[in-house]
Each structure stands twice: as structure tokens, then as C-alpha cells.
Design a protein around this ligand. Sequence first.
Ligand SMILES: [Zn+2]
Length: 230
Amino acid sequence: MYNYGIMTPKISQIIRSNRKTFSLEVKPDGRLIVRAPKAADDDLIKIMVAKKADWIVKTQSRLASQYPELAPPSFTPGEQFWYLGDKYPLKITDRQRPLLELDGAFYLSREAQDRAKEIFTEWYREETRKITADLIASYKIDDKFNVSQVHITSARTRWGSCSGKNNLNFTYRLSMAPLEVIDYVVVHELAHLKVRNHSKAFWDAVAQIKPDYKKHRKWLKDNGALLSLE
Ligand SMILES: [Zn+2]
């Protein structure tokens, strides 16, 4: 007998497909992904999840202790921050300008400490802007990609997107990832200028420019949750 009313863990995403069974996956950042048969309605899914509540909660707390870096940063000295796939410690400096500088460590001006998150966000935003602009420029030379505008967003779950008007969007978090991974995301969005969906033709277009793209896609899947200031 199960008491479904007591606690149903929060479901982050439901993926329905032609499968016959349910599967639950807890991501390192604690999100719960449910894979379910097409015919399963929301109530049935809730019941399946409630039955596994003990396992879900245990797994979430195990992952939380295994990945303390998934907690939001507190911007205290020694805390590590990503840039181009490497991590650098935070140091507080009495120097007033620049407010934030990367030189083997992230040097944050003491006077800016109370708005550290905002300053880090701006810093990553600017880096992402420069890096994606350079990468796009490098591809424009060989291929005729018709990019209108590039925007740097605060998207939390999407690394990049491509609008119908040929605008490309990238999240500021992208400059935390290795350069090769950023390059893959840029190529992915450029390929959408030619193929708007994720069909085989699309992935062929990506592979044509970046044959080893699967490796970088996997890196993002495995590490993406770590690249955050939230
Ligand atoms: Zn896409």
C-alpha cells in the first residue's frame, strides 16, 4: 500500500515515447526526468513517481553531497569559477579597477563584493559575446551563413537558439565551457540557419563542419549543470 498523498517529488521533465516501461533519471543538479510510454497520463506518471519517492529523495541527496558545486555560489574567497572549461579560484583585491579580472585567479574588487553575481554575469556575458563573434566570423569566411544579429541571453537551460529572422542567441554561461564546446554550440546554431529542425540532414550539416561534435555535445550534457551562477 502506498500513500501517494504524502510526498510526490517534483518532476522537471516528462519525455513520452514509444517505450513500454517507465524510467526515472535524477540529474546531478537534482532535476527529475521521467521517461514514459506515450499512453501514460499525468496521474499515472505521478503514481509511478510517488512509488519511487524514497529512491528519488535518496539519490537527490547523494548527488547534492557529491556535487556541492551545484549549489549557488556565495562569492567567497577560494570558491571556484569556470572559464573556457577550467576552474579558477576567487580572490578579493583592494584594487578598485577593474572590478573583476581573470589572471590565474578571478580578482574581484572588494568594493564590488556585494554585487558579485551581477559583475560575474556581466563579465561572462562580455566574454561570450567576443568569443561567439570570433567563431561566427571564422565560419563566415568559408560558408555563406547569413547571420543577422547575435544576442547574449540569460537562458538557463538553452545554450543557444536561432530565430526565424536569422538572429542567433547564446547564453552568457557559454564562456564557462571549453572553447571546442562553445564552437560546437555556435556550429549547431549556424547549421539551423540552413536546416531548421533536428533531422538527420541537420546533424549531417553539423558533422560536415565539426565531425567530432558528439564528444562536445556529451560534454555539455555531462557538465552543463555545473556551468551556472544560479
Ligand atoms: Zn538545435
